[in-house]
Design a protein around this ligand. Structure first.
Ligand code: NAD
Length: 465
């Protein structure tokens, strides 16, 4: 095998594999080093399996509740092992797709653990490879909180939960962030007793407060026991159950469960990436990079979850990969990596991009905000998904779109319209130029835009513009 490459990418997750393929498409001779299955956390232990399990669990819940639609599914049930098999079949298909793309684009795959040595050399096992440029894309791993009992056998992270073939009889989730809300959705749909313990005063602490409040109400209605302001202090082994000790309103309380899922964030997977004597500027285990995502070592780039200050999202890692490839090819960046949509695949879905009203005001904007409630949207009524809203933040005067927060069916797809709008400095008037098909969830976007001018058809009397 050739040992010299234009680019060596360490890590084949959504950052690394996209970077490798894009570099190859731009004419570079590329190798990618991966010790595990390609696709990284996203394909193997994150986004994709979560969405496959959410889908299975939703089909089950809908089948049980279909009578109102005139559909009777007698004895609706599920086989958890088969749900896990379905999830795995989706992973296998997508992993196979990435492998094929490597072959089709002439990317060399090197199996093993890559370590960066001096002079842009990369060691994998006993072999040493060389490159003009190296891209580090080693992703992240679940963070483990250092509390007593965290190493008990049935205290697990998302990595182990995906592998379980038995369904937990009951589940306590430590943390009320994104991973927590997605697993709570799956297991609540499947009728499992789920308790969420979140230390901060609200779920999804980083998101718009209206979203957090609504989600708490919806989750509670689904039977999820939610405690905010509840910090987990320790876990003990009881008689066939785990006992979770947490502090809520200055009182110590206990809850029992079959399994405890630790979902308190993820940490950069940078341990051992730099060989002996190789040093780069880092902060809290993440690489400090310049505007081209280059680390303090010339010719060595970092992308995705290991970048200081970066959101730990697959699509951002991929956008980083494209940006570095374009930079190496001497091209201008095609993606605005400063604008990152965030999505939560709860039910209803949640998606946000740009600034909330509070953030926009803090940034010095005079804003106007509109909100359209999806209970007036025909498609949402048909699919019985009328809970939710679309909120738009625009600049007063210019009508430039500054942000959007959605909590409704297909929010994670529809947010793209606003990402495009904000990335291109578009105004609400420009977004209204294109008519929206009927009946669609997307009509809700049109209504929310109209509402910025006081004229949503299905809510308010029309005012003159
Ligand atoms: P998170 O940061 O979203 O949430 C962790 C939560 O745990 C926080 O709200 C924190 O306050 C809470 N917490 C910490 N210690 C606690 C304690 N002792 N007791 C109770 N609560 C405690 O982290 P996550 O949900 O683990 O997700 C990790 C990363 O993966 C995030 O960056 C997330 O964006 C990403 N992710 C994204 C998606 C998606 O885009 N749909 C899906 C899954 C994960």
């Amino acid at each position: 095998m050739d040992k010299k490459f234009d680019v060596i990418v360490i890590g084949a997750g959504p950052g690394g594999y996209v970077a490798a393929i894009k570099c190859a498409k731009l004419g570079m001779n590329v190798a990618v080093v991966e010790e595990d299955s390609v696709g990284g956390t996203c394909l193997n232990r994150g986004c994709i399996p979560a969405k496959a399990m959410i889908h299975s669990s939703q089909v089950y819940r809908e089948a049980k509740d279909a009578e109102e639609l005139g559909v009777f599914v007698e004895g609706a049930s599920y086989d958890y092992g088969k749900i896990v098999d379905f999830k795995q079949s989706v992973i296998d298909k997508l992993v196979g797709g990435v492998e094929q793309l490597f072959v089709a684009n002439g990317v060399t795959k090197i199996t093993g653990r890559g370590t960066l040595l001096a002079d842009k050399k990369v060691q994998v096992g006993d072999e040493i490879y060389e490159a003009e440029n190296v891209i580090l894309a080693t992703g992240s791993v679940p963070l483990i909180i250092p509390i007593p009992g965290i190493d008990l056998p049935k205290v697990i992270t998302s990595n182990e939960l995906y592998k379980l073939r038995e369904i937990p009889k009951s589940l306590v989730i430590v943390g009320g962030g994104v991973i927590s809300m997605e697993f709570a959705t799956v297991y609540a749909n499947l009728g499992i007793e789920v308790t969420v313990l979140e230390a901060l005063p609200k779920l999804l602490p980083a998101l718009d407060k209206e979203i957090s409040q609504n989600l708490k109400i919806i989750m509670k209605k689904r039977g999820v026991d939610i405690h905010t302001g509840a910090a987990v202090k320790s876990i003990e082994q009881g008689d066939g159950v785990l006992i979770c000790n947490y502090e809520e309103k200055e009182q110590m309380k206990q809850i029992e469960a079959d399994y405890v899922l630790c979902a308190v964030g993820r940490k950069a997977n940078t341990e051992g990436v730099l060989g002996e004597g190789v040093e780069a500027e880092m902060e809290r285990g993440r690489f400090v990079v310049d505007e081209h995502l280059m680390t303090s070592i010339p010719g060595v780039y970092a992308i995705g979850d290991i970048v200081k200050g970066s959101a730990q999202l697959a699509h951002l890692a991929s956008a980083h990969g494209i940006t570095v490839a374009e930079h190496l090819a001497g091209e201008e960046p095609s993606v605005d990596i400063s604008l990152v949509p965030g999505c939560v695949y709860a039910d209803p879905e949640i998606a946000c991009v740009g600034m909330t009203d509070d953030e926009a005001k803090e940034a010095g904007y005079e804003t106007k905000v509109s909100k359209f409630i999806m209970s007036a949207n025909g498609k949402s009524i048909i699919s019985r998904e009328e809970r939710g809203f679309i909120k738009i933040v625009a600049e007063e005067g210019t009508n430039r779109i500054l942000g959007c927060q959605m909590m409704c069916a297909r929010a994670t797809d529809m947010i793209g319209e606003f990402t495009t709008a904000i990335a291109n400095g578009m105004t609400a008037d420009q977004l209204l130029k294109g008519m929206r098909s009927h009946p669609t969830y997307n009509e809700g976007v049109g209504e929310a835009l109209e509402e910025l001018f006081g004229g949503a058809i299905h809510v308010a009397p029309r005012k003159k513009r």
